[in-house]
Design a protein around this ligand. Structure first.
Ligand code: KG4
Ligand code: ZN
Length: 334
């Protein structure tokens, strides 16, 4: 069978990324230009600056990706792009580039939902086996999803308020850790002990999550200790916080696997880079005979390889867009 090459474009937040993936599983060339250093000065992503930087970099990143692959646009079968959700000004840059390339080179245009991309980052590890449960944990999402086949997404639960990554970033701020706080809170947690009393959030019979209560508990604890003139043991607080997050995510996910009688689990999204989460799930899945896949660290946070991979499955499922594809800031996968 002839090989299929998808060029993917991702620009939904603060990474300008372009990738070429072969047959939905082999990363031929990926370029990621992160704006993290610029935004860390402001303590978070500044949308206006982010979209301007995407404009400056998108053509350079496309050219570099093709050069690295030693390929030309003529050899590409289709162009996949993140159309949403994300920062609208940022999405517009990627969608603008993709529609232009699609028009000039007469290639099919494939719309990819950002979360479908995160899920398909797992296909770069090994071919996803169905049925599966996907735990999506990112800066904007916390979802439990059931998939019985490629490109079929059924939500079984999700966060009622903050996403887990958002919660990490807010806890980081109160601990005085610079943006993006998630990876540093993870590092602190691994150096500390679980000594602080914090609630296990939304420990109920549903598959939903709620992280705002845990976030507020950490913030209140820090403020109260500061008012009393006590010093916070940052490593211990990070460890106590991380343990509650890992506990509730693993408890509900393992229950979902049992109730849905599913033996395959994939974890996706930026927070899947978390060591506590990776270690705990690895151990639990081993004990329970579950086949676990977590993306390689470089594919956990935003990148275009995941978009090209998801794009391949959208392409073979005949999901295509017209040249008037719209970038959409809020769009559901379900
Ligand atoms: O998937 P992603 O790159 O962007 C979104 O689609 O939201 O996820 C970014 C989120 C940020 O909140 C970041 O702090 C978090 O993932 N994150 C982590 C870790 N690495 C990234 N959170 C906890 N532990 C980590 N090691
Ligand atoms: Zn993401």
């Amino acid at each position: 069978m002839r090989d299929t090459y998808i060029l993917g474009i991702e620009s939904s937040c603060d990474e300008t990324s372009v990738s070429i993936v072969k047959n939905g599983c082999e990363d031929i060339s990926t370029v990621v230009l992160s704006q993290m250093d610029t935004h860390s000065t402001y303590g978070g992503v500044v949308p206006e600056i982010a979209s301007r930087m995407h404009v400056e970099n998108i053509t350079i990143v496309i050219e570099e990706c093709l050069k690295k692959a030693n390929m030309t646009m003529e050899q590409i079968d289709a162009i996949a792009v993140t159309y949403g959700p994300g920062l609208i000004g940022c999405l517009l840059v990627g969608v603008g580039a993709a529609t232009t390339l699609s028009y000039i080179y007469n290639k099919p245009l494939i719309p990819v939902h950002h979360i479908a991309g995160h899920i398909y980052a797992n296909n770069l590890v090994s071919k996803m086996e169905f049925p599966l449960i996907a735990l999506v944990i990112s800066g904007g999402h916390t979802d439990l999803i059931y998939m019985d086949k490629d490109y079929s997404f059924k939500k079984i639960g999700g966060t009622l308020d903050d996403a887990v990554g958002e919660c990490y970033d807010k806890v980081a701020r109160v601990l005085g850790v610079p943006y993006p706080g998630g990876p540093l809170v993870d590092k602190l947690a691994n150096e500390g002990n679980d000594t602080y009393t914090l609630p296990l959030p939304l420990d109920d019979e549903t598959y939903n999550f709620s992280f705002s209560g845990l976030k507020s508990a950490v913030i209140n604890l820090v403020h109260n200790e500061e008012q009393r003139g006590n010093k916070i043991a940052k490593q211990d607080l990070a460890c106590s916080f991380q343990n509650r997050v890992v506990k509730i995510l693993s408890k509900k996910t393992m229950r979902a696997l049992e109730e849905y009688n599913v033996k395959n689990l994939i974890i996706a999204g930026g927070v899947s880079a978390n060591k506590g989460i990776r270690d705990t799930f690895t151990e639990l899945c081993k004990e329970n005979g579950i086949n676990l896949t977590i993306p390689h660290i470089k594919y956990c946070t935003d990148n275009a390889a995941m978009i090209a991979t998801a794009g391949y499955y959208a392409y073979i499922n005949n999901i295509k867009a017209n040249i008037d594809l719209k970038a959409t800031a809020n769009t559901s996968l379900f």
